[in-house]
Design a binder for this molecule. Sequence first.
Ligand SMILES: *Cc1c(COP(=O)(O)O)cnc(C)c1O
Length: 373
Amino acid sequence: MQIPLLDLKAQYAGLRETIRPVIDEVCDAQWFILGPKVETFEHEIAAYCSVPAACGVSSGSDALLVSLMTEGIGPGHEVITTPFTFFATAGSIVRVGARPVFVDIDPVTFNLDPARVAEQITPRTKALVPVHLYGQTCDMDPLLEIAAAHDLIVIEDAAQAIGAEYKGRRAGSMGHYGCFSFFPSKNLGGFGDGGMVVSRDPDKVERVRILRNHGAAPKYYHRVVGGNFRLDALQAAVLSVKLAHLDQWTAARQENAADYIRLFAESPVAGVVGLPGTAAYATRHVLNQFCVRLPAEARDRVRDGLKARQIGCEIYYPVPLHLQECFADLGYGRGDFPEAERAAREVLALPVYPEMTHEQRAWVVRNIAELLA
Ligand SMILES: *Cc1c(COP(=O)(O)O)cnc(C)c1O
């Protein structure tokens, strides 16, 4: 049995008849960049995230970058974030000239540990970038409290967490900015790159909108330097169709995760495979990834074995950011963030995509048990 990590062809098969006509509409209109399709999609995402305004951008990475730029964060500033995330989180901080300051994660949720944030705050700290990893929100209340006490900007990296909730509040709606990615492998994936910045403050979204188009306001008059962070109409058109299905896909991902947990509990490796823990706070986990922990010495062997048996899996992420070569000048070393380093040695993401079947999950679990035996 072949099981991909994500089956976008299966998803497209069900949507083909609704997506092809909207692509035709864009082709017939020949309006490819920004425009009405993008505006409609911005309103839909704002409503979905319970915020008044949203600005479509070119990618999740650019959503982070333009949010930092909008706040004038740059040289001499520090931004606190997690070392256990996709590269773009810290890459965007370095690109504006600021310094990422890492804080270790909570081993249960894999997210920034709020108890360790306060001790890293200095007079240069300007912002916090919590990442809702794998689709589960960070413990936001203590983070927002620290941010308010020190006058910090909070930029939520919600690239993996569209529709996730923290105590009933939507990911992206709690900080000053919420950043989303529509990279094809995210829960809401386009036919290329795309992203979105949302905010509870429409003025902030307006400033993002100006920077998105080289800081032009009005056209050809520039008071600030921005970039080309624009979203394509084709992406917006496709994403609008897909958004209508997102809650149903999320429910399927949640059912798949629950099924895995039952299957592992009944398997011969019940105590060996570490299952995702429950956060101490109420969340709606949208399961962009279902990651188990394996004994560090067996993890890579299981990964290679699954791949050899045509079962998709992936390590998100094998190298914590404080140990990346390009960040050597930040002065961090091995042992600085033990939980992030341990997670990097132990995690393995298994297929959890909405279209997968119980038989496929049982096959994944059986093969993991065999490989661990
Ligand atoms: C995917 C991702 C990004 C970047 O999004 P792109 O659209 O690929 O630029 C940023 N942060 C996290 C946590 C991500 O998973």
